[in-house]
Design a protein around this ligand. Structure first.
Ligand code: XMP
Length: 324
């Protein structure tokens, strides 16, 4: 196994983060020379930190590809473009693949098949973009030390290890010996926004596994909008950064409700807010009832197609964190 050097100090201060950045900039320049590097930039913490580091080291020799598969949270694709292209001046290719992903996923209810389709489609889109480019010699990846330690990664499908043979590049993995907290320290030192650096864990298949069963565009929008309200309210009420992971789920069934004296037939939104250390087990965050009432009022009045809000009180185990 690729082992973290024993002499490596734990990066837990801004000064140590700066020293790491300086060291990596030299190492990246020495490895890459004047060649081009390709990076799949999802906007997650790890790929964002790698992007920021490479932009410092080699500027426009880095080509970032951001694939919008339609399963990202509200505002995320826009933030990636804003931070990396507009503020950091990165060479960024934005691929709107929303229709392509949603068409492939139409009618597919089995969670593992959904995951496979999303993973495969991602590699296909990324490979197509890579083939259009010339002179790429390296592939950068946001591998971090826990990925190496686990090696059977939950992340396997959004690391682009499965590229076709004619697209095998030498890897650049500048944060591969870092733990998550160290990656965040480095991200802050590189000037990334806190909302990016302290982002909660987000599954590779994104909102796709929270739109339970076969994904439809209208129900996916209900997931995205309710998730945005939940995140906004958690941020306002001091829960952002305190609760490990929180999100909404929209199951694929409806129930009866009433609105302006008329019967409705609409989806429920389920809120999930859990604490965990490594995702193998999880406990429930005790949200104040007043906040739950407020979030319920907002979701039922602002999100189309929803007439009911539920709070999932089940720890892991017996439930998993995601619903599928
Ligand atoms: P579960 O639902 O298994 O989730 O308790 C544990 C953690 O893993 C995340 N998760 C995933 N992450 N691809 C990922 O990259 C996936 O397919 C996937 N499924 C679950 C989940 O959000 C939680 O943090």
């Amino acid at each position: 196994m690729d082992k973290r050097p024993e002499s490596m100090a734990r990066i837990n201060t801004p000064a140590l983060a700066e020293a790491f950045i300086a060291e990596q900039i030299s190492a990246i320049r020495a490895q890459v020379g004047d060649k081009k590097v390709l990076l799949a930039l999802s906007g997650g913490v790890d790929s964002s930190v790698v992007a920021a580091l490479l932009i410092r080291a080699i500027g426009k020799q880095l080509v970032c590809v951001h694939v919008n598969h339609g399963l990202l949270r509200k505002g995320e694709p826009e933030q990636v473009v804003q931070v990396f292209r507009n503020e950091m001046g990165a060479e960024l290719i934005y691929v709107d693949a929303v229709d392509r992903f949603l068409d492939k996923l139409a009618g597919v209810a089995d969670p593992e098949r959904k995951r496979k389709i999303i993973g495969k489609e991602f590699i296909d889109v990324f490979a197509e973009e890579a083939k259009k480019l010339h002179g790429i010699a390296f592939l950068a990846q946001g591998t971090i030390y826990p990925d190496i330690l686990e090696s059977v990664g939950l992340k396997s499908h959004h690391n682009v290890g499965g590229l076709p043979e004619d697209l095998q590049f030498e890897l650049v993995e500048p944060v591969k010996y870092l733990y998550k907290d160290e990656v965040r320290q480095v991200g802050l030192a590189l000037g990334l926004p806190e909302s990016m650096v302290y982002r909660q864990p987000f599954p590779g298949p994104g909102l796709g596994v929270r739109c339970v069963g076969a994904i439809t565009r209208d129900r996916l929008e209900a997931v995205r909008e309710s998730d945005a309200i939940l995140r906004e309210e958690f941020a306002k009420n001091g829960l952002q950064g305190k609760v490990w992971q929180y999100f909404t789920i929209v199951p694929d069934f409806t129930s009866t409700g009433i609105c302006d004296g008329k019967r409705t037939d609409a989806w429920p939104v389920v809120i999930r807010a859990v604490n965990s250390v490594d995702a193998t087990s999880a406990t429930i965050e005790e949200i104040p009832y007043s906040l739950l009432h407020h979030i319920t009022a907002r979701i039922t009045s602002e999100v189309k197609g929803v007439n009911r809000v539920l709070y999932d009180l089940t720890p892991k185990a017996p439930a998993t964190i995601e619903w599928e």
